[in-house]
Design a protein around this ligand. Structure first.
Ligand code: GLU
Length: 482
């Protein structure tokens, strides 16, 4: 069956990584079946709507390549549909008007000793169309200050199925007559969500587990309307790295990693931190879904092919930024030279000025294995763009002037070999043993001259690329500093 799955965020703030994962699982379940991925913006609560949030949601999905087939459908534009649905329930006694003021409700709450539930046990003693009679109800409805609540039947067992956890049973006693239409004429989440899922022919509802407790009310609403409910999947939380609780923006900041796909009000997103959309999508898929093998790298298309909803985990998954960077690394090392160069505009322009296209590609090949994020590209290209600007002082202390001069002399005589990394290395090894200097010591000194620290790719390949003149210049420069 072709699934129709919708991602239905409320634009009450930026799209958090938990929301991104929900969107991704919606996408995967829809696409796996050849169906549709739909975006619905649940913006019925105008007081909580945050400017720019809808754009942030759309920008994030776009950057990640999670292209929606329909939408965005905006609930705020569908008010009349909800009103009509509510009227049909009121006519059948499956929903009713309630007129209680905030003070009255507070009083009832206090009188109940903190156990108050607006339902069949209390309904009769409160101000609503069940307790007030037809005339009074009409008068108050005309006055316009009311909400509409759903009628929860007495002593009914409500059986629900969550595809992640299996069957669950609730007694209607546990439920409230939830408000479904607010005093401003707007539907609440519960009503709009059910009405829209039915009207949009949604076949699978995939959302965060915080909505599991609303499921019996939703299932009851489907029953009231006489509609068949879709399948439900409630995804476990993304936990902070310590495992203690839900990952928040603050935890992420403390751990020094992003929590949004793209930037929000000055906070860096994964995009700005140099993580690729391919890497983030891959990491998030593995966060909450177990594949049957230990395979780690997947493209979005491969995920669509391999994803199986039986592999969705029941318990929360800890966010692990190191693992996210590792997965990103697996993608970056398979990117083409052209793509990697496009990810670092400043250094790549300079690289192209200095080297031929072939050389630039050779350089990119050399640094590929060392990239975790796009920001690493600039760092790794530095060695090919000029002399080190600073030297690792701790290493300077460990090397000797004599050895650096020996290397300088060796290099002066070995210029013709510099375009042949293997031959140069062999000759340098011979030179080291003939002069009784440890090869390790020579390598350390040479690397410091050329790179400024003990990091970086294969030294002999660096020499081949920067050439004999630049190599000698860099060694000479260091002789002036030690
Ligand atoms: N608007 C809800 C949210 O932002 C959607 C929940 C659902 O998908 O049903 O979490």
């Amino acid at each position: 069956m072709k699934e129709r799955a919708r991602f239905a965020p409320s634009p009450t703030g930026p799209l958090h990584i938990g929301g991104v994962r929900t969107a991704l699982f919606n996408y995967l379940i829809a696409k796996k079946s050849g169906g549709s991925f739909i975006l619905r913006i649940e913006d019925t609560d105008s007081k909580r709507t945050v400017e720019g949030a809808e754009k942030h949601i759309i920008d994030s999905l776009e950057w990640l390549g999670l292209n929606f087939d329909e939408g965005p459908v905006k609930q705020s534009e569908r008010k009349s549909l909800y009103k009509k649905s509510v009227s049909s329930l009121i006519e059948k006694g499956l929903a009713y008007y309630a007129f209680d003021t905030a003070d009255e409700l507070e009083k009832a709450r206090k009188a109940s000793g903190g156990n108050f539930k607006y339902n069949f046990t209390t309904r009769k003693s409160l101000a609503n169309s069940f307790s007030l009679g037809e005339e009074e109800t009409k008068r108050r409805v005309k006055a316009g200050r009311f909400v509409v609540r759903m009628t929860v039947p007495e002593n009914k067992t409500i059986n629900v199925v969550d595809q992640v956890r299996g069957g669950l049973s609730f007694n209607s006693e546990e439920l409230e007559d939830k408000i479904i239409l607010k005093s401003d004429g707007m539907p609440t989440y519960h009503l709009a969500n059910v009405v829209d899922d039915n009207h949009m022919n949604i076949t699978s509802v995939i959302r965060g587990e915080e909505w599991l407790s609303s499921l019996p009310s939703h299932v009851l609403l489907y029953e009231h309307f006489g509609w068949t409910p879709p399948k439900f999947y409630h995804l476990p939380l993304i936990l902070k790295s310590s495992g203690a609780g839900k990952l928040s923006k603050r935890d992420a900041e403390e751990q020094g990693h992003p929590v949004f796909a793209v930037t929000w009000e000055g906070s860096m997103g994964f995009k700005e931190a140099g993580v690729s959309p391919e890497g983030l999508v891959n990491y998030l898929a593995l966060l909450g879904w177990s594949n049957s093998s230990d395979r780690e790298k997947y493209s979005l298309e491969e995920l669509v092919k391999d994803f199986n909803d039986g592999g969705i985990n029941k318990s929360g998954a800890r966010f692990d930024y190191k693992k996210a960077l590792w997965i990103n690394h697996l993608h970056m090392k398979d990117f083409s030279a052209e793509k990697l160069l496009s990810l670092s505009d400043e250094s790549s322009t300079r690289l192209k000025e200095k080297y031929t296209l072939e050389q630039s590609e050779e350089i990119i090949d050399l640094i590929k294995e060392r990239l975790n994020t796009a920001l690493d590209i600039n760092k790794e290209l530095k060695v090919f763009l000029g002399q080190p600007k600073e030297y690792d002082l701790a290493v300077i202390k460990k090397i000797t002037r004599e050895v650096v001069f020996d290397i300088l002399n060796f290099c002066k005589l070995s210029k013709p070999l510099m375009s042949d990394p293997k031959a140069l290395k062999e000759k340098l090894m011979g030179f080291a043993s003939k002069n009784g200097i440890s090869f390790g010591n020579i390598m350390k000194s040479l690397r410091l001259c050329l790179v400024g620290s003990l990091t970086g790719p294969d030294l002999f390949k660096i020499i081949k690329i920067i050439g004999p003149e630049e190599t000698l210049n860099r060694i000479e420069s260091l002789t002036n500093k030690i």
